[in-house]
Design a protein around this ligand. Sequence first.
Ligand SMILES: O=C(O)c1cccc(C(=O)CC[C@H]2O[C@@H](n3cnc4c(=O)[nH]cnc43)[C@H](O)[C@@H]2O)c1
Ligand SMILES: [Zn+2]
Length: 354
Amino acid sequence: MTEHLGAFAAAPRDLHAFIAGLPKAELHVHHVGSASPRIVAELAARHPDSKVPTDPEALVDYFTFTDFAHFIEVYLSVVDLIRTPEDVRLLTYEVARDLARQQVRYAELTITPWSSTRRNIDERAFMDAIEDARKAAEAEFGTVLRWCFDIPGEAGLEAAEETTRLATDDRLRPEGLVSFGLGGPEIGVERPQFKPYFDRAIAAGLRSVPHAGETTGPETVWDALTHLRAERIGHGTNSFQDPKLLAHLAEHRIPLEVCPTSNIATRAVRSLDEHPIKEFVKAGVVITINSDDPPMFGTDLNNEYAVAARLLKLDAQGLADLAKSAVDASFLDEPGKAGIRNEIDSYTSAWLAP
Ligand SMILES: O=C(O)c1cccc(C(=O)CC[C@H]2O[C@@H](n3cnc4c(=O)[nH]cnc43)[C@H](O)[C@@H]2O)c1
Ligand SMILES: [Zn+2]
């Protein structure tokens, strides 16, 4: 990505408008973590046994986290609200609507099917619900969705086996599935134990995109590269601690899915100004900008681009290059990629025209 200096400080409002209209791709965003306050409140009202607030305003406090473990605890209380295939369909469709409003043309949504099937949602009905929403979203909003099925690492090898089965069984595997991930806490959840599951997923044609280096050090990123054959790294935040790792990521063009506000909200990084994103760019690492669990972190993809513009001192052309990096790093087919790149170029030329 090229660095473009200066313009943001001079014309922040203009850049916000530019970002709002910029066609974008989102590569790291979680399904349940994208539920808007309205949807969460609506689901909570349907299930009064839950401790999740039914008032969207009270959710702001509820979504304030003391650390990563607290975030996962709250996240799972929202997962508990999704109890029927219709809840799954509604959530997925509404997430697509929110993405489309931000001019997101393509998104890879991380879904944890095990969390739903273990809560007695029928696996066939689950797959039909997400696929139905995907097709409706593409037809109605023009936003193309693809899925990443992730193993919730802390839940152990039984969850890994089940996730792999759901992702690789030809009778179940949804058409929109492109990749295989590993999420949840990293501390005490060693990456190498998941190698056999990633091997099976990769053999079935899925791309490897585990979370690594979000809450543990660079050694977890090395493990994800070596044992899980990661093609992109979810977060990779702590890679900055190891210059050899940065050089490796840069040389092999392995993109990091950077989610700046998420890292502050879960207290993985102290402040945005201390975020290592600048070190990544300086080392020549390919970065993509993402929102992770946007309503839970009080953000959205547009805001993450504005944060990146501030931290990296990008102007409109720099932001357009960043948006194209996400398209290039995506698992969309070549004609699809070319279409979004052309849209980004036309939009940017029109914006910059005198
Ligand atoms: O569903 C369960 O019952 C369950 C039981 C034990 C452990 C788990 C998990 O570990 C679920 C983790 C859950 O968190 C998602 N997620 C969302 N944002 C992030 C993130 O920034 N970093 C890591 N994981 C994240 C992940 O996709 C899993 O769904 C579940
Ligand atoms: Zn994530």
